[in-house]
Design a protein around this ligand. Structure first.
Ligand SMILES: Nc1ncnc2c1ncn2[C@@H]1O[C@H](COP(=O)(O)OP(=O)(O)OP(=O)(O)O)[C@@H](O)[C@H]1O
Ligand SMILES: [Mg+2]
Length: 425
């Protein structure tokens, strides 16, 4: 009988210990593309410390292992002119790869995310991202091309998304207002990404569904990014996964914030919040508004119940350029997703069924582009479950380079919006 050698952590992440470029002419993906069962996070130790016994396999993932030096070269030493933005993980820079870097590697722009070693996230979030995104491939999930793990440095290399995040497109000051059909296209694309995760053989709960994690391709195809908080769904007879409360204020489902019980329905609630953001053009949390309007879901739910009040909810920047019937259906869908009873929320497959016909309904022609101004928000702390979660996000002082052809560089692009992620207790 063949003896199966116990695989070590280094076997799967060789770049972490011997950072070296592969010999020219040799392809160096992690493993060959084969059919394989997805490895879940529970397959390895919950310790955040590097473990030699980490029995994980990324067979079939086809990820490239890059050296830090290579990523420095392709981003021009992480130059400010290549800076795209910054989240809780660290700064993101644009770069360019081609087959000179790795034979067979498609010539393409990439986004390189660098772990901020002084930030609130670390190896665990990086590993979660590599394990989930390395194995999950779908038209509505951003593609992970490779990673770098050298000493304490952790980087992720993604396909470049030319229109940046939905958050930037929807809320950026002086930005062009997204027309209604584009908003519905984004909602459908993001719903398809979430449905794929929920309906996978081993379901995944995304846990951080929000406008900043929805990235947009040149034709506004939406792709989900940021799997650092993703969780494997409940198995067997379990109805939920118990976790520490993490996610983002304003998007997290109330029952999850109260109990830490995570289900796919928590993601559906967050989807409802993003759908509301698309309908209203308002942020999930906006401290600059009167207190009863600051939490978008709480404010809008009461109005969504009554179709005659729809006009009060819809984004004025749409200037009425949307299908009334389509907007009614989208508003009713948002209301259902935001139900306080998780069981009453629809499945993501049902969400898709509702959104699909809204793509071509009357009045869905591209509307006028309008330049608008939105307010900036400020750093804050939130409290849930009696615990304080200080947001770890840094204000962004560098110049984002994600610039759509229709949106000239503005002052607002110098300061990408802040998000408010709840951290581990
Ligand atoms: N693949 C990509 N292509 C183009 N731009 C990207 C890509 N990934 C990230 N960005 C840009 O980098 C910025 C930071 O992204 P990141 O996911 O690190 O943080 P975030 O989503 O803004 O915040 P959070 O840490 O709360 O998720 C985003 O504003 C986005 O526009
Ligand atoms: Mg993000």
């Amino acid at each position: 009988m063949a003896v199966k050698r116990k695989m070590k952590w280094q076997d799967y992440f060789p770049g972490c210990f011997k950072p070296e470029a592969p010999a020219r002419g040799k392809k160096k993906p992690v493993a060959k593309q084969t059919s394989f069962p997805r490895i879940s996070m529970s397959d390895f130790s919950s310790s955040t410390v590097l473990s030699e016994d980490l029995s994980i396999s990324l067979a079939g993932s086809n990820l490239h292992v890059f050296t830090l030096q290579e990523l420095k070269v392709i981003t021009q030493n992480f130059s400010s002119s290549n800076f795209l933005g910054e989240g809780g993980f660290g700064p993101v820079h644009k770069g360019f790869v081609d087959d000179k870097l790795r034979p067979g590697l498609k010539a393409q722009p990439v986004a390189v995310k660098l772990l901020d070693l002084d930030g609130g996230q670390g190896h665990r979030e990086w590993l979660t991202e590599v394990i989930f995104l390395g194995q999950l491939r779908h038209a509505h999930l951003v593609k992970l091309i490779g990673y770098c793990c050298e000493e304490e440095h952790r980087l992720l290399v993604y396909e470049y998304m030319p229109r940046g995040s939905l958050e930037n497109q929807l809320f950026r000051r002086f930005s062009v207002s997204l027309p209604w059909p584009t908003r519905m296209k984004i909602a459908l694309g993001a719903a398809k990404g979430l449905a794929f995760l929920h309906e996978a053989e081993k379901p995944v709960i995304y846990r951080d569904f929000k406008a900043s994690n929805i990235l947009l391709d040149s034709d506004y195809t939406a792709k989900l990014s940021d799997f650092g908080l993703a969780k494997d769904g409940p198995e067997g007879d379990d109805t939920h996964v118990s976790t520490r409360v993490m996610g983002t204020q304003g998007y997290a489902a109330p029952e999850y914030v109260m109990t830490g019980h995570l289900t796919a329905a928590s993601d559906v609630y967050s989807f409802g919040v993003v759908l509301l953001e698309l309908l209203t053009g308002r942020k999930s949390v906006d401290k600059t508004r009167p207190s009863r309007e600051q939490n978008l879901a709480e404010w809008a739910r009461a109005l969504l119940k009554n179709p005659r009040k729809l006009g009060r909810v819809m984004d004025p920047r749409l200037e009425g350029q949307y299908s009334e019937a389509g907007a009614q259906k989208a508003a009713a869908l948002a209301y259902q997703c935001l139900s306080h009873r998780p069981k009453l929320r629809p499945m993501m497959s049902e969400v898709i069924e509702v959104l699909e016909p809204l793509q071509d309904s009357d009045g869905n022609q591209i509307g006028t582009f309008v330049f608008v101004s939105t307010d900036s928000d400020s750093q804050r702390e939130i409290s849930s479950n009696g615990e304080k979660h200080k947001e770890t996000k840094k204000e962004n002082h560098r110049k984002p380079a994600a610039k759509s052809p229709k949106s000239p560089l503005t002052f607002a692009e110098m300061n990408s919006p802040l998000h408010h992620r709840m951290r581990r207790a």
